[in-house]
Design a protein around this ligand. Structure first.
Ligand SMILES: Nc1nc2c(ncn2[C@@H]2O[C@@H]3COP(=O)(O)O[C@H]3[C@H]2O)c(=O)[nH]1
Ligand SMILES: [Zn+2]
Length: 486
């Protein structure tokens, strides 16, 4: 049976292959008939390049004994027990799902032929997704008031949550900011949109769906913390949250410098101008172009244009090559910042998305630390490839040159602190010292250096030099080691 596997199906399939046990063997073939390894590296295919899936099972009586149902039924039972324990009775949604699984089982029994497992992947995907949705719904039973409140803080720990649960939490963010009512968004459309966004993040070490979730959650947290709900309009909030959600869609794990040096398709398509950010944005609007995913579909053309324009600006602003340009604009307006001024609001929105994007270090150590490992893994992958292909090696990604402390002190000193310091001037509640949890003594010394009113000519010269080196860092090689390690 030819099948189409999107990323979500691949995940389910891999899960099945792993969980199926020794009596069930899944075999997968590509279009030319060669066996393909079912591994996390498996590429999602397209309608033009179907995979063929076969289940070889020594004790398989029918598909209804298949791993899919074993897993489904097992998970359902487990879920039912758990929920019954919590709420005292089987919720309706589980009963519904049970009957859907039964119906699907009967359908497969009719279609049963020999030992070949006829996978109708769209149906399987649907069924698996339904199951996942139920898990989500049930988790949402557990999205208690406490979790909802915790979600509004920068200390939220992403590592404690499954991806399916993150989808529910994202839904909670849209709901709790009243977006569904304000923009007439149907819940199902929002869920489809979030699911598509999820599918369009790649399984890479850093720029993956979890990063998307963290950035969106930080944006959400900042909105509450700085009381932006009472300072900006709902439209601006929607632009910021949705930009955060979409800002790295389909990131390939290699940065703009690589794209340009390797003359990739993206660099060619976007003439070397922010190829990645242009791509993330184009993918976002590709998703929104599908009516079933279009959370903006009930808006007027004017409203749509305004939101599209805002999202494009915010997502393109995440290109670190533009860091100084944007920060400098904000610095100039910050002392006279006016929440009713269109230009001021635009710069603030960009700054908020940028801060959220690079805010891992503003999280508790236990959350930030694993993120640094993920980032370095992706950096090292890139520099290894650059070495292999004879391309210029990006210094701050070179495993032979970079250490965790040097990477972070440079990054915090030249990128994170200046940005947070400016934002804290506008929102004193952010208290930069308390907000950035790691390297606290280092941060305090940086801050006290900048607080000292010692602008002698000599110091000014040094500062300018530092500023200049920082500009070039963020223009091409953002965080190379120009500061001695602490
Ligand atoms: N060294 C360092 N770089 C970071 C950290 N967080 C984000 N970045 C960088 O900031 C960049 C922001 O844009 P990208 O997502 O392209 O890539 C990101 C990383 O290169 C961090 O904690 N440490
Ligand atoms: Zn990002």
């Amino acid at each position: 049976m030819d099948i189409f596997l999107d990323k979500y199906c691949l995940k389910c399939l891999f899960y099945l292959a792993a969980e199926a046990g020794p009596h069930h063997i899944l075999k997968m073939y590509n279009t030319s008939g060669s066996v393909v390894n079912i591994s996390p590296r498996l590429q999602a295919n397209s309608v033009d390049s179907y995979y063929r899936l076969e289940v070889v099972a020594s004790d398989l009586q029918s598909e209804t004994n298949s791993p899919f149902f074993t897993v489904c039924v097992f998970r359902l039972r487990h879920l039912e027990d758990k929920v019954t324990e919590d709420v005292g009775k089987t919720p309706e949604i589980i009963c519904e799902l049970k009957s859907q699984v039964e119906a699907f089982k009967r359908k497969l029994e009719v279609l049963h032929t020999n030992k070949h497992f006829h996978l109708f992947l769209p149906s399987l995907s649907r069924a698996a997704f339904m199951l996942e949705s139920v898990l989500c719904c049930c988790s949402s039973l557990q999205v208690t008031e406490e979790v909802r409140e915790h979600l509004k803080t920068p200390i939220f720990d992403n590592w404690q949550w499954e991806e399916a649960e993150m989808l529910v939490l994202l839904q909670v963010m849209y709901t709790d900011l009243d977006f569904l009512t304000a923009f007439n968004i149907e819940l199902e459309v929002l869920q489809n949109f979030l699911f598509e966004v999820y599918c369009h993040y790649n399984n890479i070490p850093f720029h993956n769906f979890q990063h998307c979730f963290c950035v969106t959650q930080m944006m959400y947290g900042l909105i509450w913390l700085t009381d932006l709900r009472n300072k900006l309009g709902r439209t601006e909030l929607l632009i910021m949250l949705t930009s955060a959600l979409c800002h790295d869609l389909d990131h390939p794990g290699y940065n703009n410098v690589y794209q340009i040096n390797a003359q990739t398709d993206l660099a060619l398509r976007y003439n070397d101008i922010s190829p990645l950010e242009n791509h993330h944005c184009a993918v976002a609007f590709g998703i929104l172009a599908k009516p079933e995913c279009n959370i903006l579909k009930n808006l007027t053309t004017e409203q749509y244009k305004h939101i599209r324009g805002g999202m494009i600006k915010c997502i393109l602003a995440t290109d670190m090559a533009r860091h100084n340009e944007i920060l400098n604009k904000f610095k100039v307006m910050q002392p006279v910042f006016d929440f009713t001024n269109k230009d001021h609001k635009e710069v603030l929105m960009k700054i908020m998305v940028k801060v959220s994007d690079i805010s891992n270090e503003a999280r508790p150590m236990a959350v930030a630390e694993p993120w640094l490992d993920c980032l370095l893994q992706e950096f090292f992958n890139q520099s290894d490839t650059e070495k292999l292909k004879g391309l210029p090696v990006t210094p701050f990604m070179d495993r032979d040159k970079v250490s965790k402390p040097s990477s972070q002190t440079n990054f915090i000193r030249f990128v994170l602190l200046p940005l947070f310091t400016e934002l804290t001037k506008l929102f004193p509640c952010l208290q930069v010292k308390a907000f950035i949890h790691r390297f606290s003594s280092f941060i305090e010394s940086c801050l006290s250096e900048s607080e000292q009113d010692d602008n002698t000519e000599e110091d000014k010269g040094e500062e300018e030099e530092e500023e200049a080196s920082h500009s070039s860092l963020t223009a091409s090689v953002p965080f190379s080691s120009s500061v001695s390690e602490r």
